[in-house]
Design a protein around this ligand. Structure first.
Ligand code: NAD
Length: 477
């Protein structure tokens, strides 16, 4: 067992006031270590430190901030394997998926945030009120102040890293409450800020449970909130943050479809469904939670998907040859089991490629799924491909848009006109044609429609989220 994981507040590694919590292996449930539990008073201390540090940090020359971001990027590369091993142990995604989280997405945020800030442009405005040239107007962006970051278990480092890096480069200071399931990997990431030399109080790390998150949301000195997690918790945060008139960026749940039209390239659609449904054992907000298949190709598609799913090797996420690891925790397992049981009881047929062993839930394909089943309406967050038949594009769109969520949706077709009907008709933050739902580009805006979130992150959209707009009117007469 490793040493106690501490909080990082005002440049010091310290204990929280809530005692000690344990965290566990997703694969076999064994105890991996312990972490100090921060509560409201610790969060208050961290926010106070961040508030004191903010003015100097905002006034620090941009090039000095950029140097720190680059130094942190280099340190992340050194810590990469240690963090990847830690994520796989505590969260359960395979070691390849963990390395991808870091190398492909997570570390690059330090560089992208710095580069985006160097290219962040204001705007000059024409004077449309007076017939004189003496009024000059322009728009400036300035930081919000202290930003609170609350993050989920599934991308324990990459997702908070987006908010942390973009909030910091824009001149905010940060207090981060990581997922209680992943204190090991997140603590190692927090270390990078100390090693890179960020001034004390600029970045703070408060491990703990939901009450620490609530304290961050309710603290009046927190002016911006970045939350990624379930829609259930997101609604509570939206209500509390709304009452405090705080800026929020909310990235919430999804149950986006992959639509396989009658003229789709079936091999390509099968591969996209394997990635969409079984990558990270389905624990991705953009996972394909429903697979809508045209009735003419339904049986062929299901047969090919089943054959392909059987080839996935499930097991210990730390083994180099494992294709799919376990579910992260028992709450996720209970939810997956209850959704599959509900579907079965309402007439779905369940095809599983292996037995369920502990939290190792095998790739599962459900046929004869109807829109009334929980699996079709809610977010399942497990390795399940529920197949729903459709007859035409109108029906596919109606089913696809019939739930409260609107994160990612994908459609496979070789017909240009139908492709555009999907682009225009799908009510989702990202629509993908002939690509899986689990596809993101770090320079494109990302976020959800409907109950899947509020606002957009990544690239200059993240800078917009963490800055306030100031209109400057300058009269030179
Ligand atoms: P969760 O909502 O249970 O927890 C997320 C974080 O919120 C944790 O750090 C938790 O401690 C904290 N928290 C819980 N209750 C709180 C409260 N009342 N106030 C403040 N903080 C609170 O989510 P999870 O199980 O860790 O993650 C899975 C969920 O995250 C899924 O719904 C998934 O779709 C979603 N997610 C969304 C995106 C996206 O970009 N849209 C990305 C990843 C994950």
């Amino acid at each position: 067992m490793s040493d106690l994981i501490q909080a990082y507040i005002n440049g010091q590694w310290v204990d929280g006031s809530g005692g000690v919590g344990e965290y566990h292996s997703a694969f076999d449930g064994s105890t991996l270590g312990t972490f100090t539990v921060c509560q409201a008073s610790d969060v208050e201390r961290a926010v106070a430190a961040a508030r004191v540090a903010q003015a100097d940090w905002a006034a620090t020359p941009l090039l000095d901030k950029v140097d720190l971001m680059y130094a942190a990027y280099e340190l992340c590369k050194v810590a990469n394997e240690e963090i990847a091993q830690s994520i796989s142990a505590e969260m359960g995604k395979t070691i390849h998926e963990s390395r991808e989280e870091m190398l492909q997405y997570g570390w690059g945020h330090f560089r992208r945030a710095a580069e985006d800030m160097l290219r962040f442009r204001g705007m000059t405005l024409p004077n449309s009120e007076t017939r004189s040239n003496s009024k000059r107007m322009f728009v400036q962006q300035y930081p919000l102040g202290v930003v609170g970051v609350i993050s989920p278990f599934n991308f324990p480092v990459d997702i908070p890293a987006i908010a942390i890096t973009y909030a910091l480069i824009a001149g905010n200071t940060v207090v981060w409450k990581p997922s209680e399931h992943c204190p090991g990997s997140t603590r190692r990431y927090a270390q990078v800020f100390e090693d890179a030399g960020f001034p004390k109080g600029v970045f703070n790390f408060v491990p703990g449970y939901s009450d620490a998150g609530e304290a961050l949301v309710e603290n009046p000195d927190v002016r911006g909130l970045f939350f990624t997690g379930s829609t259930r918790v997101g609604r509570k945060i939206a209500a509390a943050a709304g009452a405090g008139l705080k800026r929020t960026l909310l990235e919430l749940g999804g149950n986006g479809p992959i639509i396989v039209h009658s003229d789709a390239d079936l091999d390509r659609a099968v591969e996209a469904t394997i990635t969409g449904c079984f990558y990270m054992a389905g624990q991705v907000c953009t996972a394909a939670e429903r697979v809508l298949v045209h009735e003419n190709v339904h049986d062929d598609f299901v047969a090919r998907l089943t054959e392909r799913a059987k080839k996935l090797k499930i097991g210990d996420p730390l083994n180099e040859d494992t294709d799919m690891g376990p579910l992260c925790n028992d709450n996720v397992l209970r939810q997956v089991v209850s959704h599959v049981d509900d579907a079965r009881s309402k007439g779905a047929d369940v095809i599983q490629t292996a037995d369920v062993v502990g939290r190792l839930y095998p790739p599962t394909i459900l046929v004869n799924v109807t829109n009334e089943m929980l699996i079709a309406r809610e977010e399942t967050f497990g390795p399940v491909a529920p197949i729903i038949k459709f007859r035409n594009v109108e029906e596919a769109l109606e089913i696809a848009n019939s739930t409260e969520f609107g994160l990612n949706a994908a459609a496979f077709t070789s017909n240009l006109r139908d492709a555009w009907r999907f682009v225009d008709g799908l009510q989702h933050g990202t629509v993908l044609i002939n690509e899986t739902t689990n596809y993101w580009d770090q320079l494109a805006p990302f976020g959800g429609a409907k109950s899947s979130g509020l606002g957009r992150e990544l690239s200059s959209w993240a800078l917009g989220a963490f800055t306030e707009t100031k209109t400057v009117v300058f009269d030179i007469s």
